[in-house]
Design a binder for this molecule. Structure first.
Ligand SMILES: Cc1ncc(COP(=O)(O)O)c(C=O)c1O
Length: 382
């Protein structure tokens, strides 16, 4: 059975060109980039040229890009290092961040190392800016604000310009988890009031287990992983040369077709929303994901009208039919607590209906949406 892959916010299929580039790198550039001989220097050159390309693409300086193992490490590095090396004792965040942010925050708060302040979130998934300003104004000490650019569950897009400007006006550092936006949005980090951002290559058709952290030059963030002096002492460990080369290639390819892909995906998302609304009247969309101004073109998070019994088996049924997507609400996930994002944004009553996240890449087609909707309709009417 051919799979219909609609879970690109979880991970994306790797580009074949990326696999080729990685394969060549593994064969040819096996040296340790820290070695001073020719094999080491050749590997080092690959790492540094990837760094230069990524920095240039995103409007950063090469020394502001630190290679990591992915989004989780990037987020943990920013949060832990801000506390341990920058003297941050107050962090403002939101209850709908990714667990790569929420868990280290809760861990630090439980250890008594920070006071954690949660900003109120509006039903569309955006932070209440008045509440954010109130928190910023009430905390006199050094503070960090951590708010994600694009929410990975409902797709809400934060106005990082406005939030960062507000943070800086209160002398707060601003970290934005950009895992769902780098590779999908044109970001110029030097033009934005962002101090720390993170990326994961597997979200833009690159390999898993590699990413990078952007740390603005002036911030002496220090290191989470201690050991060798790789990454100018900011991240110890032998660089994963083939992964870094693969990430560079994936980013290059993603940005080469960014405009055309964005146009295609906006059309596809609109098509998906209209088809669902038409075929399954009563379908609603979580967060702001039906609003094209405040949500990403890559995510639709739909709440589907069906009875509880059907809701419980929905994800299982779709999986059997070859549809890969993510389940969102408590009644389907099998977990007692369900999605922390939907629990925050929806009322208890709304959250009784099953929610599914469909997330797209430019590989997806209208025909796949037609198949998905037909399977859903048949299931609801069965
Ligand atoms: C918004 C966001 N942040 C962080 C992560 C974690 O990234 P990684 O899987 O590379 O550790 C993810 C991955 O799902 C994500 O969507």
């Amino acid at each position: 059975m051919d799979l219909i892959y609609l879970d690109n916010a979880a991970t994306t299929p790797i580009f074949p060109e990326v696999v080729d580039a990685m394969h060549q790198t593994m064969k040819k550039h096996y040296g340790n980039p820290s070695s001073v001989h020719a094999a080491g220097r050749a590997a080092k050159a690959k790492v540094e040229s990837a760094r230069k390309y990524i920095a240039n693409l995103l409007g950063a300086l090469p020394q502001e890009i630190i290679f990591t193992s992915g989004g989780t490490e990037g987020d943990n590095t920013v949060i832990q290092c801000a506390v341990h090396h920058l003297g941050i004792k107050h962090i403002i965040s939101s209850p709908i961040e990714h667990h790569a942010v929420l868990n280290p925050l809760e861990h630090l708060a439980a250890q008594g190392l920070i006071t954690l302040h949660m900003v109120q979130v509006l039903p569309n998934g955006l932070p209440d800016m008045d509440d954010l300003e109130r928190l910023l104004s009430e905390i006199p000490a050094k503070k960090l604000v951590s708010l994600m650019h694009i929410n990975n569950e409902v797709g809400t897009v934060l106005d990082v310009e406005a939030v960062g400007t507000l943070c800086h006006s209160y002398d707060a550092l601003f970290h934005s988890d950009t895992v769902q936006s780098i590779g999908h949005f044109p970001l110029k980090l030097n033009e934005l009031p962002i101090d720390f951002a993170v990326a994961a290559a597997h979200k833009f058709h690159g390999p898993k287990g590699v990413g990078f952290l952007y740390a603005r030059k002036q911030t002496a963030l220090g290191a989470l992983l201690l050991g060798g002096t790789q990454e100018r002492g900011m991240r110890a460990g032998t660089e994963s040369v083939h992964n870094i080369v693969g990430m560079e290639m994936a980013l290059r390819m993603s940005y080469e077709t960014l405009e055309a892909d964005t146009t295609k995906l906006k059309t596809l998302k609109k098509y998906c929303i209209q088809k669902l609304e038409h075929a399954l009247p009563g379908t609603t969309f979580n967060g702001a994901c039906a609003d094209f101004d405040t949500s990403t073109h890559t995510i639709v998070n739909a709440r589907l009208p069906m009875n509880e019994k059907k809701a419980q088996l929905l994800a299982f049924h779709l999986d059997l039919q070859g549809i890969c997507c993510s389940k969102g609400s408590a009644c389907q996930s099998g977990s007692v607590s369900g999605s922390h994002v939907l629990n925050t944004l929806l009322t208890k009553e709304e959250n009784k209906l099953p929610s599914l996240r469909f997330s797209f890449s430019a590989h997806n087609t209208k025909a796949e949406i037609d198949t998905l909707v037909a399977i859903l309709v048949a299931y609801v009417n069965s």
